[in-house]
Design a protein around this ligand. Structure first.
Ligand SMILES: Nc1ncnc2c1ncn2[C@@H]1O[C@H](COP(=O)(O)OP(=O)(O)OP(=O)(O)O)[C@@H](O)[C@H]1O
Ligand SMILES: [Mg+2]
Length: 256
């Protein structure tokens, strides 16, 4: 097993801190998330990898305030996400693995609805909405009812809505699934751009090439536990002859 790599961060500023998070579903004896601790620094794109059922979505839902941890703490900017949910949530946006939007609204109505929730002034929201409608080529569809959108179009609408309040923490659960190559290229650009501005991007993915190319650091979770954490170089250093992330991943998540 790879040794965990923890690097001290004294840079200050915003940080996402998970402290000993655990979650068991129902009466189950299996922990979906088992004592997970992570620190994500400002300016980082953080990739969260792991096999199906490893606990990625469960962890993400606890961070964004959708699923209460059995134990452990989550801090963003030193704000306890579960003790000060409104303060925390104003800094977070979450793109779930399946786009759930109100089919009866028009695209633009949905975007304005989200902008209203976050209290984004008219001129700022206008500018941001225009920008992302162009990037994701959704301008022509935004006047139509969401029910008429394709899956990918709904996904892009959710992405745009998640960017309207310019969140410090942008969390995405398998964001590349269902996006066409061009959109997924632009999304990666947006992720990079946000991190250059000192914000955090945290996303889960099964696409190891994306993680390898895009992420500043990567954590691999298996059966609820973090089994590796570090930069690609750090992960490589601890795995003799296992050059690719694919090999590292397969080795670490192999069933005994
Ligand atoms: N609502 C639920 N009720 C009961 N068990 C659940 C529920 N959601 C998830 N689980 C269980 O928790 C574990 C972790 O699931 P989770 O969805 O977090 O995995 P994941 O890493 O996101 O997987 P995937 O890559 O398939 O999306 C799995 O064993 C799963 O069966
Ligand atoms: Mg999942």
């Amino acid at each position: 097993m790879l040794p965990l790599i923890y690097i001290n961060n004294e840079r200050g500023g915003m940080m996402l801190k998970l402290q000993n998070l655990s979650k068991t579903y129902g009466k189950g004896s299996v922990k979906a998330v088992d004592n997970v601790s992570l620190e994500i620094r400002p300016g980082e794109i953080f990739g969260f990898l792991g096999p199906n059922g490893a606990g990625k979505t469960t962890t993400i839902k606890m961070i964004v305030g959708l699923l209460k941890p059995d134990s452990g703490k989550i801090y963003l900017d030193n704000i306890d996400v579960w003790e000060n949910p409104m303060e925390a949530k104003s800094r977070i946006s979450f793109v779930p693995d399946t786009p759930e939007v109100y089919d009866k609204l028009k695209g633009i109505e949905y975007l304005n609805f989200i902008a209203d929730i976050y209290g984004i002034p008219k001129d700022i929201r206008q500018e941001r909405i225009e920008k992302y409608l162009d990037i994701f080529e959704l301008r022509n569809a935004v006047g139509d009812i969401i029910g008429s959108y394709s899956h990918g179009m709904k996904q892009k609408l959710v992405l745009i809505s998640a960017l309207i309040h310019d969140p410090k923490l942008f969390i995405l659960d398998e964001p590349m699934v269902g996006l066409d190559p061009k959109s997924s290229f632009h999304l990666k650009e947006i992720m990079r751009e946000r991190c250059n501005e000192g914000k955090i991007v945290f996303f889960s993915t099964h696409v190891l090439e994306v993680a390898e190319k895009l992420c500043d650091r990567i954590a691999i979770i298996n059966k609820g536990k973090i089994v590796a954490l570090g930069t690609m170089d750090e992960l490589r250093r601890y795995s003799e002859e296992k050059e690719s992330l694919e090999n590292i991943f397969l080795e670490l998540t192999a069933n005994e």
